[in-house]
Design a protein around this ligand. Structure first.
Ligand code: GLV
Ligand code: GLV
Length: 323
């Protein structure tokens, strides 16, 4: 029987499903967030179902002498050295689509919470400061006719755009390749070739791109400088798309009006200057965290693993990442 390592506890249905095909080990929470633990244990496994917090480096891959397939319990897979995996003949899969709607909802939720100051206002009430209705208390940004600038117009970017349109927002976007005309028309989305122009025109700037060499620190001091003072920044992609030190400074100096961050450069660490920044919502990487989505993510990852272990053709393996 093949052996599968699941690096963190995931929904039981998924584990039970995998047990029909293989002997399954589930790591305790946090055990496999270091390379050392992986290098120690990986040699005996044929399949790895890992998290975005599992560092699957070239060294880990080389230690996995029996490893045939890795399925990431996430759509983003910057934690895996995919090129090294391919060189070693190990297949890699991710889990797109199933989390799109949950992430679209979440981005909209962050925008509403941020633009209407939910966090500060609630804290004010809990602190016993609410002394009657105030005409000038907690005034925020109204969304109708405001411009949402999206960097990364893939499935999740589009799902956010779709929701923002329902709130009357205008959509501008940048993507590595322009999206098809039909989608542009449906979302009334305008393609902007230049990041700086996008940042200048957006009342809300949202990051929905994968982390790659090109997007690393894409939001740096220069880009932040070009954002309007009333602008809000939302990041549900990967922390390192933002230069956190530069963002913290921009927030402390009120160069932009606020940020909602679900992801961080060095999770689970959060830059100390972000913790003290004004109008900043900090959340523990939960954009896809719904019961339904997390189960669907697990099943999709599991199916990729069983398909490979059953010797299916690449074309029959869900969401295989190609070279
Ligand atoms: C979550 O961040 C994911 O990539 O699925
Ligand atoms: C606010 O509560 C209003 O009635 O305008």
């Amino acid at each position: 029987m093949p052996k599968i390592l699941i690096t963190e506890p995931i929904p039981d249905d998924v584990i039970d499903y995998l047990k029909n095909f293989a002997s399954v080990t589930v790591g305790d929470k946090g055990t496999y967030q270091s390379e050392e633990a992986l290098i120690r244990d990986i040699p005996e496994y044929d399949g790895l179902l890992c998290m975005l917090s599992t560092p699957v480096s070239e060294t880990v891959l080389k230690a996995g002498q029996n490893l045939k397939v890795i399925a990431n319990f996430a759509v983003g897979y910057d934690n895996i050295d995919v090129e090294a995996a391919h060189d070693l003949g190990i297949k890699v899969a991710n889990t797109p689509d199933v989390l799109t709607e949950a992430c679209g909802d979440y981005a909209m939720g962050l925008l509403l919470a941020l633009s209407r100051k939910f966090k500060e206002a609630e804290q004010y009430l809990r602190d016993g400061k609410f002394a009657g209705w105030e005409p000038l208390g907690f005034l925020g940004m109204e969304l109708r006719d405001r411009t949402l600038g999206i960097i990364g117009m893939g499935r999740i970017g589009q799902a956010f755009a779709d929701r923002a349109r329902a709130f009357g927002m205008k959509i501008i976007y940048h993507n590595r390749t322009r999206v098809d005309e039909e989608t542009e028309q449906e979302l009334k989305a305008e393609f902007i070739a230049d990041h700086k122009e996008l940042a200048q025109r957006a009342d809300v700037l949202s990051l929905n791109c994968p982390l790659t060499e090109e997007t690393h620190h894409l939001v740096n001091k220069e880009l932040l400088d070009s954002m309007p003072e009333h602008a809000l920044l939302i990041n549900i992609s990967r922390g390192a798309v933002i230069d956190e030190a530069a963002l913290a400074q921009a927030l402390h100096q009120n160069q932009i009006a606020g940020a909602a961050l679900d992801v961080f450069e060095e999770e689970p660490k959060v830059h100390p200057d972000l913790l003290t920044a004004p109008n900043t919502l900090l959340l523990p990487h939960i954009a896809s965290a719904t019961h339904r989505t997390r189960k669907d993510i697990g099943m999709l990852a599991a199916e990729a693993i069983t398909s490979v272990l059953e010797g299916k053709a690449d074309s029959e393996i869900p969401n295989l990442i190609s070279r």
